[in-house]
Design a protein around this ligand. Structure first.
Ligand SMILES: [Fe+2]
Ligand SMILES: [Fe+2]
Length: 274
């Protein structure tokens, strides 16, 4: 079991930021903004799914996983709130969150499915976010030139995603979820998530007027597809999820623990005074 602390972030998110908030780089800004646009609805879905999954478990499993699920829900609720503020600034800048509308329709269409499917989808997304998070913590150039308060926002979220990477997975396993559906949902989530984020990134770039500039796509290559890029360098980590004996704790979370330890002045554990 992992002990999960809910942290209140001590950063200013009232001051607006420009469209190219990520170091003035059009692609990096559009891509991370698209990710942020997916969080509000996504994180609500994760909280609801894991809570609903926990309720189906026998009392001894509820007792074993209850505190961790509570911590997970607390962390995701905080992410959701902070990214809501972040997304509010994007909206003021005229960015249209089409991703959220599409994802909401999809969720409605799938709402009737077994709770195990929802928890499997959550566990799959959590693996993707944990990979993304570890990569962020080891590639500071992804946020180069970004205001410190926004760097803190993204790295704090990354550290907590890495920290709670196994909660949904453990609930799925406790529910008797099988390997076949775990992998099936993982592939489905990978495809839909990438398609959603790609479409929204293009939409954001169009709004920014940077869609047809070479510098935009050079930056895209560097960030995602170069040998150390987020997509290309993480293939093995991505694939690891499909192994029958996989567990999220097999992956190293040192970077997350170090970040949280070295930046403890940036947040207060909820329930304690600043
Ligand atoms: Fe999150
Ligand atoms: Fe998460």
């Amino acid at each position: 079991m992992t002990e999960l602390i809910v942290r209140k972030l001590l950063i200013d998110l009232n001051t607006p930021f420009p469209a190219r908030w990520n170091g003035g780089d059009a692609f990096r800004s559009a891509f991370f903004s698209a990710l942020s646009m997916s969080f509000s609805l996504g994180e609500q879905f994760f909280m609801d799914s894991v809570r609903a999954g926990l309720k189906t478990l026998p009392p001894q499993d509820q007792e074993r996983l209850g505190a961790e699920v509570q911590g997970f829900v607390g962390q995701e609720a905080t992410h959701r709130r902070i990214h809501g503020l972040f997304n509010g600034h994007l909206e003021t800048l005229g960015f249209d969150n089409e991703l959220e509308r599409r994802a909401a329709r999809r969720m409605q269409e799938n709402a009737h499915r077994d709770v195990r499917i929802h928890v499997a989808a959550t566990a799959a997304t959590e693996h993707l976010t944990a990979i993304f998070a570890d990569w962020m913590l080891s590639h500071p150039e992804a946020l180069e030139g970004t205001e410190p308060r926004l760097q803190t926002l993204w790295l704090w979220h990354s550290a907590e995603e890495s920290e709670h990477r196994s909660t949904a997975f453990d609930v799925y396993q406790a529910m008797g979820g099988n390997q076949e559906w775990r992998v099936r949902l993982f592939r489905y989530i990978t495809i839909t998530f990438l398609a959603d984020v790609t479409r929204q990134t293009i939409r954001n770039l169009w709004h920014d007027g940077a869609l047809f500039q070479w510098s935009t796509w050079r930056s895209a290559y560097r960030l995602l597809l170069s040998p150390s890029g987020m997509f290309r360098s993480n293939y093995a980590q991505w694939k690891a999820y499909e192994a029958p004996g996989f567990h999220p704790r097999q992956q190293d979370d040192t970077l997350s623990r170090n970040w949280l330890q070295n930046h403890s002045d940036q947040f207060v554990p909820v329930g304690q005074r600043a």
